[in-house]
Design a binder for this molecule. Structure first.
Ligand code: URP
Ligand code: ZN
Ligand code: ZN
Ligand code: ZN
Length: 466
């Protein structure tokens, strides 16, 4: 038996804060006991981790990443190897990435392709959602098999015409199928057809800089699509999860639906909480670093998002990590913002940025852990194996120093991308040690993990929807 005891820390979960020692046996949490008690003194282990003055928190669960994702003629620059290693550096021990069904292809072919990219290469555990870009009789039937096999969530798009967009009828059909097989439909909600008209008109006027990406992808068009998918899900009788909510008006649609008692859920991302259209307007094409969809919004949307996170109208903070290097990738869109690959790096920064939100008083410490660990684990059928520290849970545990100061920078981060979206940002708090199923991956700020430690996670059903 391989045993570790973590002594002296403050264990923070979504539900509790307790000064307790944690005993880990064979990769799982075996027991917790208050410091200095007879039970804690009785914990016997070969390895001891001193967590005095530190937080002992569940490893982060990032429910939205895109390693090696093909987009606009290039690929997201983090592989499963580099991206999951960077995730571990940032205190995340589970990622759920998106396998993609290609047009004319099947869901299972898409899933096989993504297993081919990820299997044997990940530093931490991983699962998959399925992007459906071709809803038809056969892919609808396949959804049932995927749910049974542990791919229990399906992303559909009202955006990106000709690439990922599904029409309302296709979305309704997928939702009806999910209503019967227990799957969770996730939507990227922006009116892509209307946006394409505005893109064309902007380019014709000579509006070519990155900031126009934010202007044409209007908040109202996010709100309209959010309203539409909510009502479609209501008609289908299916739960709904709206990814990367950035506009105050879209959040208002979610709030209204939740007030009506509908099982609709929402996610936002650190970039919408900490960055804004001011970044998209940075000179010398630097704004391209912040091009993602949904786009960054004017600063005054941030307070609404923070409020939504506090009131539980938004349940999850994921990264939508989809990095493209400035040199050679973002630069593809010089002179035409519509050719800038969409996506931003962040898988390494999420836990720290949300801790900074605790420091700044936006959310409580327990809410931090809920948004970043417990809620995504529940949402995507991984709880309590992932997302908490309790007997029987996987020993995915982070020793977090809440007082250490750091400055975020591309010079020191571990993501395979040549810029940081948070370059120069000072935050308080830093990951010190990370265990994945009891095995050290980061030890006192050194990487001691390896590609292939991470195992594939077949997932259960959404644990919010019943
Ligand atoms: O800009 C983004 N978000 N790129 C990744 C793909 C998506 O829509 O989530
Ligand atoms: Zn203590
Ligand atoms: Zn999306
Ligand atoms: Zn995404």
């Amino acid at each position: 038996m391989n045993r570790t005891v973590i002594r002296g820390g403050l264990v923070v979960t979504a539900a509790d804060e307790i000064h307790a020692d944690v005993l880990v046996e064979d990769g799982r949490v075996a027991a917790l006991a208050a410091h200095g008690t007879e039970a804690a003194e009785g914990f016997r282990a070969e390895n001891t981790v001193d967590a005095t003055g530190k937080y002992v928190i569940p490893g982060g669960v990032d429910g939205h990443t895109h390693m090696e994702m093909p987009f606009g003629g290039t690929f997201a620059s983090d592989t499963f190897e580099t991206g999951t290693r960077a995730a571990a550096w940032g205190g995340t021990t589970t990622v759920i990435d998106f396998a993609i069904q290609s047009k004319g292809g099947s869901l299972s072919e898409g899933l096989d392709t993504w297993h081919g990219k990820a299997d044997g290469r990940c530093a931490i555990d991983y699962g998959f959602h399925m992007i459906m870009s071709d809803v038809n009789e056969s892919s609808l039937k396949e959804m049932d098999r995927l749910v049974e096999a542990g791919v229990s969530s399906f992303k559909l798009f009202t955006a990106y015409p000709g690439v990922f967009l599904s029409d309302d009828g296709q979305i309704l059909r997928a939702m009806q199928r999910a209503a019967s097989n227990g799957g969770l439909v996730m939507t990227h909600a922006e009116n892509g057809l209307a946006i394409d008209v505005l893109v064309e008109q902007a380019l014709a006027r000579g509006e070519r800089d990155p900031r126009y990406h934010g202007e044409v992808r209007r908040a109202l068009l996010e709100a309209e699509a959010t309203h539409r998918v909510i009502r479609l899900s209501q008609v289908a009788g299916a739960p709904l999860y709206v990814v990367h909510v950035s506009a105050r008006e879209a959040l208002a649609e979610l709030t209204r639906a939740r007030d009506e008692g509908l099982p609709v859920f929402g996610e936002t991302c650190p970039q919408y909480l900490f960055l804004s259209t001011d970044n998209l307007a940075e000179p010398d094409f630097d704004g391209a670093k912040y091009v993602c969809s949904t786009p960054l919004r004017p600063k005054d949307h941030q307070e609404a998002l923070w409020r939504g996170l506090r009131t539980d109208d938004l349940q999850v903070v994921s990264t939508d990590h989809c990095p493209f290097c400035f040199k050679g990738q973002k630069e593809m869109g010089r002179g035409d913002f519509s050719r800038i690959p969409n996506g931003m790096p962040g898988v390494e920064n999420r836990m720290d940025l949300l801790h900074q939100a605790v420091v700044e008083g936006h959310i409580s410490r327990r809410r931090w852990i809920d948004l970043a660990c417990a809620a995504p684990a529940r949402m995507f059928g991984l709880y309590p194996k992932k997302g908490t520290i309790a007997p029987g849970a996987d020993a995915d545990i982070v020793i977090y120093d809440p007082h250490a100061e750091q400055i975020m920078s591309a010079r020191t981060h571990h993501m395979n991308v040549d810029y940081s979206a948070y370059e120069g940002k000072r935050v308080t708090g830093r990951v010190e040690t990370v265990l994945s199923r009891g095995v050290p991956v980061i030890e006192n700020r050194a990487y001691v993990g390896h590609a292939g430690h991470g195992t594939y996670l077949p997932r259960g059903l959404c644990q919010y929807a019943d």
